[in-house]
Design a protein around this ligand. Structure first.
Ligand SMILES: Cc1cc2nc3c(=O)[nH]c(=O)nc-3n(C[C@H](O)[C@H](O)[C@H](O)COP(=O)(O)OP(=O)(O)OC[C@H]3O[C@@H](n4cnc5c(N)ncnc54)[C@H](O)[C@@H]3O)c2cc1C
Length: 333
């Protein structure tokens, strides 16, 4: 591992002041991604600021919004009673991610900023535009079964890895930050950047800017929501395809709907066109299939991941059916 300066911050201002704005600083939260990537030489910060002592841990529920401190662990958020009752989509996205041990360490801020699991990004012997701008992308002509079919560019096809981010994009959550130029509130829907010509730029956060809190609007009472994750094995695995859905049905008609996709795109993928198909239509499998077709419009698969187009559609249909049909099973283990 390349040597670095370690700084332990005790307050938000302290952490932000210690951070350099030249891109050479990283924050250390649960460390479940940051430390691995530093050991492998993928990330080489000059300064590592330990933020684990900052007072950013906890969940506060208001009448319409849930405020989640950035250092709240994934397990703590999943266990929150308001999340359990009002935001099953968030709870399920958390409990279907990683493992219990990881979720006890991993924080919400860190989860939203975790790096892609693209193996070419993580292997220094491979060409990767995200890791080394202009180097090329070995995934495009390589083994890309897990890679993205939506939001890709000729420079990068890596998927976004966070399950929670998919649920939070569907819910129109907001990220609150603190940085050298003050505090900001950034809608998560506009937070992540598709790779385009600059795959190394993944989000709107400025160098040295700290996520302090995430605000999650509560779903109206009566809205059903859920997260379906399709993967190669039943646990401890990233998504091949996933769907975060929330739907309000009255008298058999869809009044409102939210859909976002994971495992299929370079960023958590909100599907406004699919939501438009659902609103005002009968809550039926035929409608769900039409919405799924709209959700996958614009998919640009590679030879090795063409199966993801149909898989993505079936994931949307099953997720919508799952939340609108009577539930016979409990939440995921
Ligand atoms: C084996 C394994 C399986 C996994 N499976 C899944 C899965 O199925 N689904 C899923 O979603 N995730 C999965 N993960 C990822 C895991 O959820 C993340 O590693 C974790 O959430 C990161 O949180 P952390 O607190 O450990 O972040 P860290 O590793 O400490 O940090 C991650 C990044 O975020 C930055 N950062 C952290 N907090 C802040 C902040 N408050 N402000 C600004 N920057 C910050 C760090 O500088 C770093 O760049 C898996 C991880 C492993 C190792």
């Amino acid at each position: 591992m390349q040597s670095f300066e370690y700084v332990r911050a005790t307050g938000v201002r302290d952490a932000v002041t210690a951070a350099t704005t030249d891109g050479e600083t990283a924050f250390l939260a649960g460390g479940t991604t940051q430390v691995d990537l530093m050991k492998d030489g993928v990330l080489t910060p000059r300064v590592l600021i330990d933020i684990t002592r900052l007072p950013l841990r906890g969940v506060v529920a208001g009448p319409d919004v849930l405020r989640v401190g950035a250092l709240t662990t994934m397990e703590e958020l999943a266990a929150d009673p308001v999340v359990t009752r009002r935001l099953p989509v968030v709870r399920e996205s958390l409990l279907l991610a990683a493992s219990t041990q990881l979720r006890n360490m991993a924080t919400i801020g860190g989860n939203l900023l975790q790096r892609t699991r693209c193996r070419y990004y993580r292997d220094l012997s491979c060409a990767c535009n995200k890791r080394v701008p202009g180097a090329g992308c070995d995934a495009i002509n390589g083994h890309h079964r897990m890679h993205a079919i939506l939001g890709t560019s000729e420079h990068c096809v890596a998927t976004h890895a966070s399950d929670l981010a998919v649920a939070l994009v569907a819910l129109d959550a907001t990220v609150r930050t603190s940085g050298a130029s003050g505090e900001r509130a950034l809608p998560l829907s506009a937070f992540y950047q598709a790779p385009g010509d600059t795959p190394g730029v993944e989000h709107e956060l400025r160098p040295g800017e700290l996520i302090t809190e995430v605000e999650v609007p509560l779903l109206p009472e009566g809205t059903r929501s859920g997260y379906l994750k399709v993967r190669d094995r039943a646990s401890y695995e990233f998504a091949l395809a996933s769907a975060a859905v929330a739907i309000e049905v009255t008298d058999g008609v869809v009044r409102d709907a939210r859909i976002a996709l994971g495992g299929l795109a370079t960023v958590p993928w909100r599907c406004h066109d699919a939501e438009d198909v659902l609103r005002g239509a009968p809550a039926s499998e035929e409608t769900y299939r039409a919405a799924a077709d709209a959700a996958l419009t614009g998919a640009r698969p590679l030879p090795g991941n063409a199966f993801k187009v149909e898989l993505g559609k079936r994931t949307v249909v099953r997720a919508l059916s799952m939340v609108t049909e009577p539930q016979v099973t409990g939440p995921p283990e």
